[in-house]
Design a protein around this ligand. Structure first.
Ligand code: ATP
Length: 382
């Protein structure tokens, strides 16, 4: 096991493109660190610099206290699992897992012991004599992990290992990776663009945007205290709502009403003109069916829910509103930064909201005037 210290790491590609800008991250011994961000943010480049597949333009890469900038990958003893698994199609599962041990000229007995140990851990015993081409995506992924495990490497490095799998299998494999890492306690750096993977797997998560580190924190801190609009919009599914807001005293005016916020927070925003308020969807409730005692603790407003998406254990309600051009421009830029889809695509993550309960309100910005397709306006509270 190892510590990994990235000190002011910069990567400029040959064409001058700054893929990674002055990033410093310390990964503790046994820690599960996630590098997450939209496509092109530099997360794979950073991972490839840790493993030695990419030169470092400036900064230091330190593994277990030793600077490894000029060490070739084979001397760093790190095990990497790629998105495409990189299995040898002509070799059996057994020989695929054994491959790094054969390269290290290990005795047959030793190889057999290690391969069988890994295959037991990964439940691959019955597939050992099969070829990768005949396996499912999840089984191939496990073989790739088996090859990483047998090496007794200092750390695991994963580059989007689940993105080739369908949603259900991705969920299962995610749990398996978490279990495995828990059991082995091996230092792990895991690259993904999927915030759900980041939140569920990571001890800590580094959020990147265009080569810059935005925030490095535990999943809970990222969710509760995002440092900027980008992190707030990236973390959370369904994502945070962003609304044009003006603060007067302890009152915040948003498109569908006025909300009260704590005085100390209001003071920070006073006199700043038009702002963007972020409200997570779960803070909206349907006031009509809410416990009356709870209604009094929030702000109540009337709004038209134009679309309801029912997901079984949870439902999303959409409230259209108009945003002034200056806010709309910022939200459009944010959407671009988040790679287009994230702000408007509800995800399939589930909450504990019981079946049949009212929809979670999730206002969304729209350039068209509010539509009245919903028969009765809903009263909501936040
Ligand atoms: P993705 O999720 O799409 O793989 P990423 O966050 O892993 O994205 P990187 O692959 O690290 O991003 O790339 C970061 C930036 O560096 C991108 O803008 C990319 O265009 C650029 N880049 C990557 N490889 C090269 C290269 N060989 N030459 C020039 N620029 C490159």
């Amino acid at each position: 096991m190892a510590t990994i210290e990235m000190k002011n790491i910069v990567k400029q590609y040959g064409d001058g493109f700054p893929a990674v800008n002055d990033i410093s991250i310390d990964v503790a011994d046994g820690e599960f660190m996630i590098l997450v961000g939209p496509s092109g943010c530099g997360k794979s480049t950073l991972l490839r610099m840790i493993v030695g597949l990419e030169d470092i333009t400036s900064g230091d890469m330190v593994i277990d206290g030793e600077k490894v900038n000029d060490k070739p990958p084979r001397d760093r003893n790190l095990a990497m699992v790629f998105q495409n698994y990189a299995l040898y199609p002509h070799l059996t599962v057994y020989e695929n897992i054994a491959f790094p041990l054969r390269l290290a000229k290990m005795s047959d007995d030793e190889v057999d012991k290690k391969v069988r140990q890994a295959s037991k851990t990964l439940e691959l015993d019955e597939h050992l004599q099969r070829k990768p081409g005949n396996l499912s995506g999840g089984q191939r992924q496990r073989v790739a992990m088996g090859r990483a495990i047998v090496r007794d490497a200092k750390a695991f490095l994963f580059d989007e290992p689940l993105s080739n799998l369908d949603a259900k299998l991705r969920g299962q494999m995610r749990t398996e990776i978490a279990r495995l890492q828990n059991r082995l306690g091996i230092t792990t750096v895991y690259v993904t663009h999927d915030q759900t993977e980041a939140m569920t797997l990571g001890d800590r998560v580094a959020v990147l945007k265009r080569g810059n580190l935005q925030q490095l924190a535990t999943p809970r801190e990222l969710y509760d205290q995002p440092v900027n609009l980008f992190v707030a919009g990236f973390i959370g599914s369904p994502p945070m709502n962003f609304l044009p807001a003006t603060v007067k005293g302890d009152q915040v005016e948003v498109p569908f009403g006025t909300l009260t916020i704590p005085k100390e927070k209001a003071e920070k925003a006073e006199g700043k003109g038009l702002l963007i308020a972020g409200i997570r969807p779960e803070y909206f409730e349907d006031a009509k069916v809410l416990d009356p005692a709870k209604v009094g603790t929030g702000s109540t407003f009337n709004a038209t829910v134009d679309v309801v998406e029912w997901l079984g254990s949870q439902a999303y309600g959409y409230i259209p509103f108009e945003a002034p051009p200056e806010v709309q421009a910022q939200l459009t830029q944010l959407e671009r930064d988040l790679d287009g889809e994230a702000l408007h695509t509800p995800s399939s993550s589930l909450s504990t909201r019981p079946v049949g309960s009212p929809p979670a309100m999730r206002p969304r910005s729209t350039s068209t005037p509010p539509r009245c397709t919903c028969s009765t306006p809903q009263a909501a509270t936040t």
